[in-house]
Ligand binder design. Structure first.
Ligand SMILES: Cc1cc2nc3c(=O)[nH]c(=O)nc-3n(C[C@H](O)[C@H](O)[C@H](O)COP(=O)(O)OP(=O)(O)OC[C@H]3O[C@@H](n4cnc5c(N)ncnc54)[C@H](O)[C@@H]3O)c2cc1C
Length: 428
């Protein structure tokens, strides 16, 4: 007899959601987390769309450590000396159906763990699973150092940098084109100052994404999220494009913070946290098989994350996939069949949800970003120069806008612009 019905490896977003479902179904479940406490190793920008959280914990608002409800969206194209910004506020952002909140993982992850523990799941921290135990090709447990623990089913929720996925399903490790590196700082400021600078009421906040000079023209972008009394700011850049960059990413972040559009928002703040992490970027086409005999994958271990330029989403995918993985594992245990065939309902459940549908819809986007370097170089400058034609007056007689803008467009190339627009529309 196995030591546990189920072992979950990794306690980020997917792991506790899976463990919660299994424990709720009356199953013995052990979560093994390599961090000394849950959340210690985890990084997010962190804007969480709460639809997936509500599906797991309908009462989440009573106790979840949410920072600010996001009611203002900004997207900026940055050139070194200017920002061209789309600024959106919409009452529907506060509607429960569409709500999103900024979160800090060091607070949020322990809360998720608490909910799973209340349901009966057990957690051990500070232990990295090194290998999967297998018998006749079937996963039967985990090994960490000298210790072996067995289970009827193992759920891999160990994130983007999983060393276990290749052992579990025979998939290759992600290539440098399929992962980005994320770097982030948390900057403390008084609560009221943040509300004022983000033009938001107390308790409400802003999400702001950047393309262009944020990553010195490299494939990627910047983000800023307002928390209650801190601001999360950072960069995400594709590893394959970053390797030959002249400027290291930590310096890009310092330059980004000094950009004229950002410096006033951060002025007077104190850096209280600095972190870095990989992000899955390959999308649907980079996903490994989701099940094999005795094992299921959920969250970023299965590349469930989308960076669509205007938004980064991984936490809602991980929560939803963790929930479905936990439910499917419980059903398979009940039926006494945890083979790949017995777990086939998991993929179907994800096909029926937003998880695989959204990943499929956006499957072309990672490639589009990599194939369109102009997004990060020429277009922010084009946008800046077009805006200069609109807004700068020095008494020189103005030209009709079309005459002023056409040479700017020709500088990039009319055909190239049309092609990029068409490809961008197709990728979204
Ligand atoms: C800079 C940055 C910005 C982001 N911004 C956003 C955002 O704004 N919104 C959003 O929704 N998503 C965002 N994401 C993505 C999001 O953080 C991830 O998609 C999400 O955390 C994935 O959840 P997960 O549970 O699959 O993995 P993780 O949260 O990474 O958790 C995996 C866990 O497994 C543990 N682990 C790994 N290997 C082992 C092992 N061998 N043994 C034991 N434990 C192990 C790790 O310590 C970790 O705790 C961002 C990511 C980054 C890096």
């Amino acid at each position: 007899m196995a030591d546990f019905d189920a072992i979950v490896v990794g306690s980020g977003c997917a792991g506790p959601a899976a463990a919660y479902e299994l424990a709720k179904a009356g199953r013995s479940v052990l979560v093994v987390e390599r961090g000394n406490y849950c959340g210690a190793k985890n990084v997010s920008g962190g804007r969480l769309y709460t639809h997936a959280l509500r599906a797991v914990f309908p009462d989440f608002k009573e106790s979840a450590p949410l920072e600010r409800r996001i009611v203002r969206e900004r997207i900026s194209m940055l050139s070194p000396d200017a920002a061209t910004t789309l600024d959106v506020s919409d009452e529907l952002m506060a509607d429960e159906r569409y709500e999103s909140y900024s979160v800090l993982r060091a607070r949020f992850d322990p809360w998720l763990v608490g909910r799973a523990e209340e349901a009966g799941a057990e957690f051990i921290n500070g232990i990295a699973v090194e290998t999967l135990l297998k018998q006749d090709g079937r996963v039967t447990g985990v090994r960490a150092g000298e210790d072996e623990i067995t289970a009827d089913i193992v759920l891999l929720c160990d994130g983007v940098n999983s060393l276990l996925v290749p052992q579990a399903v025979g998939a290759d490790r992600p290539t440098p084109h399929e992962v980005a590196v994320g770097i982030k700082q948390v900057i403390a400021l008084p609560e009221k100052v943040i509300s004022d600078r983000a033009l938001c009421a107390d308790g409400d906040g802003m999400a702001w994404l950047f393309v262009g000079d944020a990553t010195h023209g490299r494939v990627g972008g910047g983000f800023l999220y307002t928390n209650r009394d801190t601001i999360s700011i950072g960069l995400v850049a594709t590893v394959a494009d970053l390797v030959d960059a002249e400027t290291p990413i930590y310096q890009m972040l310092e330059d980004f913070k000094r950009h004229p559009s950002l410096a006033p928002i951060l002025a007077g703040g104190t850096v209280v946290e600095h972190s870095g992490h990989l992000v899955a970027e390959g999308g649907y086409d980079a996903m490994p098989p989701l099940v094999a005999d005795g094992v299921l994958l959920a969250g970023e271990s299965a590349m469930m994350c989308v960076n669509a330029g205007y938004t980064v989403r991984g936490m809602d995918f991980a929560l939803a996939a963790g929930q479905q993985a936990g439910r499917s594992a419980a059903l398979a245990l009940e039926a006494g069949d945890t083979s790949a065939a017995g777990l086939a309902g998991y993929r179907q459940a994800l096909e029926d949800s937003f998880v695989l549908r959204d990943l499929r819809t956006l499957r072309r986007f990672p490639r589009f970003m990599e194939d369109t370097p102009r997004l990060f170089t020429d277009y922010p400058v084009l946008a800046r120069d077009a805006m200069r034609e609109l807004f700068l007056m020095d008494g020189t007689p103005q030209q009709p806008l079309r005459k002023a803008v056409l040479p700017l467009v020709k500088r990039v190339g009319l055909l190239k612009l049309a092609k990029d627009l068409r490809n961008g529309m197709r990728a979204l």
